[in-house]
Every structure is written in structure tokens, then in C-alpha cells.
Design a protein around this ligand. Structure first.
Ligand code: ZN
Ligand code: ZN
Length: 203
């Protein structure tokens, strides 16, 4: 299709779609993990830089982030006859449970201010100064034959290199959004400054 030719079908696109994922290639915009093939997903139509397109979400992730959209999609029954979808009540309950769990647990990546000068950057091995920003990212470690990811602290300037490491479990894709969402106890301007120190990331 030519660059700025209006898409003749664009106006017909419904604002929401609920369907089974046709492949395992779409990624959930909520949790950023892939949506498995055959899993019921919800598409929310947005006007993107290349025209309208759907942002795909797991139903439960959409329920946490955009409950009004999910409620509307359910009210309009935007799925094909015969598709089995979970009830709104069960989605609400699941979303509440996940929110409660999240409130208890700090999820990497996040930024914090080093409370002492004793922590070391797990990327370069140098000390992290007291009062400086440090960034927690996830690293995979093998534990009794099972791979688990746990948070490690690194200098903001070491983040870009650390995210390229093979055992790093934090993705550059969506990194800034994730940091803003997960960081607690800092002002937005502080998070901005820490992200500025992180600098650009290669996706
Ligand atoms: Zn998700
Ligand atoms: Zn470092």
C-alpha cells in the first residue's frame, strides 16, 4: 500500500476485537510476554504512526490496564459466535489478585537511590555511590537445575550493556515504561533523570 494513501478499510475496523490468537507471535502490550497461539486475546484499535492497528493484550492484562475497554468490548460482544470467553467477573477477580500480588512484591526493572555506598554494580563490579541512582534488572541464575530470574543492581550507565548479556532476563523493549511503572518512592522527575543516565537502548 502506498505511504499516505488512505486505507479504505480503516473506517470499518471495529474498536475492539476478541479472538483466538492465530499464531504465537503477537506480544501482549500489558505484560510484554508473547500471547500463545489459540489463547483468547483482545485487540484495542489505536491510530498509530502507520495507520490504525490493534494493540493486543491478554484478556487479564487488558483488564488490569484498561478495564473500561474490556467492559465495553464485552458489552458489545465483539467476538465470533461460539468462541468461549472467560466471564467478566472472573477477569475482574484475577486482575484484583494480580494487583494485590504486585503491591507486595517489587518487580524489576525499577530505579532506586542507593541507600549506602556499599552496593556494587553487578555489571562492572564497581561500587555504586551512596545517593546515586541504581537500576534493578533481572538476571537468570540456575538454582538446583532450574533457571530463575532474580534482580541485580547496576549503574544506570551499565544498563545498556547489561541488557545485552546472555543471562539478562530484562528486555530493552518497553524498558522505560516498565521502569516507570515499577519504580516506587521516587518522583517522576527523578525517574526521568535516572532514565536519562541510562541513555538509549538497542532493541
Ligand atoms: Zn499479558
Ligand atoms: Zn556499573
Amino acid at each position: 500500500m502506498a505511504d499516505d494513501a488512505p486505507n479504505p478499510e480503516a473506517e470499518d475496523l471495529p474498536p475492539f476485537k476478541i479472538e483466538k490468537a492465530r499464531s504465537g507471535r503477537s506480544k501482549c502490550k500489558g505484560c510484554r510476554r508473547p500471547i500463545q497461539k489459540e489463547k483468547v486475546r483482545i485487540g484495542i484499535l489505536i491510530e498509530g504512526p502507520f495507520g490504525p492497528g490493534y494493540l493486543w493484550h491478554h484478556l487479564s492484562c487488558a483488564m488490569r490496564r484498561r478495564p473500561e475497554d474490556v467492559e465495553q468490548a464485552y458489552a458489545e460482544k465483539v467476538w465470533e459466535e461460539g468462541l468461549e470467553v472467560p466471564s467478566l467477573e472472573s477477569l475482574r477477580a484475577e486482575a484484583e489478585k494480580m494487583e494485590a500480588k504486585k503491591a507486595e512484591k517489587k518487580e524489576a526493572p525499577y530505579v532506586e537511590v542507593a541507600p549506602t555506598g556499599r552496593s556494587k554494580c553487578k555489571h562492572c563490579g564497581e561500587a555504586i555511590e551512596k545517593g546515586a541512582y541504581r537500576v534493578a534488572v533481572l538476571r537468570n541464575v540456575e538454582f538446583y537445575g532450574q533457571v530463575r530470574s532474580g534482580p541485580i543492581n547496576v549503574h544506570p550507565k551499565c544498563v545498556a550493556a547489561e541488557l545485552k548479556a546472555e543471562d539478562c532476563a530484562t528486555e530493552p523493549d518497553g524498558f522505560e515504561d516498565a521502569v516507570r511503572e515499577n519504580t516506587k518512592g521516587l518522583e517522576p522527575a527523578q525517574v526521568d533523570e535516572a532514565l536519562r543516565q541510562v541513555g538509549p537502548l538497542e532493541e
